[in-house]
Every structure is written in C-alpha cells, then in structure tokens.
Design a protein around this ligand. Sequence first.
Ligand code: BGC
Length: 285
Amino acid sequence: MTSDSTPPTPSSQPPNQPTDINAARKFAVPNRLAGKVAIITGASSGIGQAIGIRLAAEGAKVVIDYVGRPEGADDTCQVIAQSGGTAIAIQADVTRSEDIERLVAETYRRFGRCDILVNNAGVEKGADFWDVTEADYDLVLNVNLKGAFFLTQAFVKRLIDSKQGGRIINISSVHEDMVFPHFDSYSASKGGLRMLMRNLAVSLGPHNITVNNVAPGAIVTPINKSLLENKQQLQALLNNIPLGRMGTSSEVAGLVAYLVSEEAGYVTGSTFIIDGGLIRNCHEQ
Ligand code: BGC
C-alpha cells in the first residue's frame, strides 16, 4: 500500500463517519463484475455500504438492503448513481421470511437475475454471559445466522433453477474462531456461520455456487461505536493488533470484490481473515 492510501487512524475517523467513497472505489477493477447482480444485506452503513459501492464500481448492479436507515441506503444509491453505477434500495428485515422472499423476488423483477449474495447484516450485544436476555440472544442469532441461512436458501433456489453459477459471501468475524468474552451470542452466531459456509460449499459446489466467509477483525464502523468512544478500551485493542490500527470498510470490500469475481471461481469453503494480524497475536507475554 502506498503512503497516500494509508487508511485513516481511528482517532481521525469518528464512528459514524460514512464510508470513504474514494477509498471504496480506489482499487476497483473496472468491469470485473459487469453483467452481474448482487444483493448486499445491511448495506446502508459500514462494511455493507462499502461493499455496495465497490461492487457497483466494478460494474455489478447492486441491491442495497437495509432495515432502519433509509437515508443511509438512499445516500449509498445516490453515490453509486453519480458515478454511473446502478443501485436500488430495498427495505427488508432478514429475520422475517416474507421480507426475504420479497427481497429476492424484487431483485429478479428489477434486474432479471441475481448472481451474488453478500450476507453482511449483523448485530452484536455485549453482556456478562449470566445477564444475557433471551430477547438479545434471539436478535443476534436471528439477524446474524438465521437471516443468512434463509436468505441464502431463497437465493440458491432461484439460482439452481436458472443453472447459472453464483457467489455467496458471509461477512463473519474473527470471532467465528477467536474467543470474545461478553459477546457470547455474537460468537455463537459467527461460529454457526462458519459451519454453515463449510456445509454449503459442499452442497452447492456441484451447482457451481461458491461460498466463503470474510472474517473482519476490528474495523471502523458503527457497530464499534462504543469501543471507539472508549479511549482505554480502544488502546488495549490496538495493542493487540500487529499492524497497530483498525481496518477500514473499504479494505474489507476489496477482498469481497475479488471473492465474488470470476477470477475466484476455484475458491470455496474457506474463511478469509482480514484483521491486521489480531487473530495471530495470542501470546503470553
Ligand atoms: C466485532 C467488533 C470487535 C472486532 C475485533 C468484530 O467482529 O464486531 O466489535 O471489535 O470483532 O474483536
């Protein structure tokens, strides 16, 4: 990476700052995804938003799925349209089966196909294990795991019928593998996504559909708002990251763009960690 592309440090990038659009586009490979249609869930902010911008910059028509932030989804579509890309926003809650059906049906109605699914929508709730409420557990598991499960099912049903290949990416986390005390439901959901991805790679391989997980570490996004506001906690985390900084949504989007491209046709059943070395930095002293 050249010095002018050095991503901003957390202190210069407040948690609610929208995706750096130029960064999201900077390394885009023109036309790599031309003719493809992609659904990205939870794409009105953070990592999902950067993925939407990046895939559109590579020529895909993108569906920006959102739940609660219509303005974020509209902004994302506008940014894409302004640079000549095609994007539509669809409000659909991945925890509701009728919304899932509508999201896929509407994508086919508007674009006639759907080649790529990025299961990005995710939430986390921190608490001591003994204080976790059933409501919080249900929310986390329903968004992070059940949503990805059934949206993937709806996506592949049509794809298999159409006999085209396809690409599925789950935005997982280093915590599909690495312990994360106080985030037990989140870790369980991400561990579940890991095994779901591995199973589906086997079931869907014969249909030429690849399935992979992208596992980010600490990325500057709204999900990390409270961490970014707590200087002490943030410093403790940065001390554990060999590269000494948090990552950016655009960096995650770049990895996704490769994995959904034709070039990655032989890549399936794997998790791709993008964490500045965090997961390898488990040492005693
Ligand atoms: C979580 C963040 C956490 C990061 C590194 C992510 O999956 O969403 O809250 O800071 O992992 O631990």
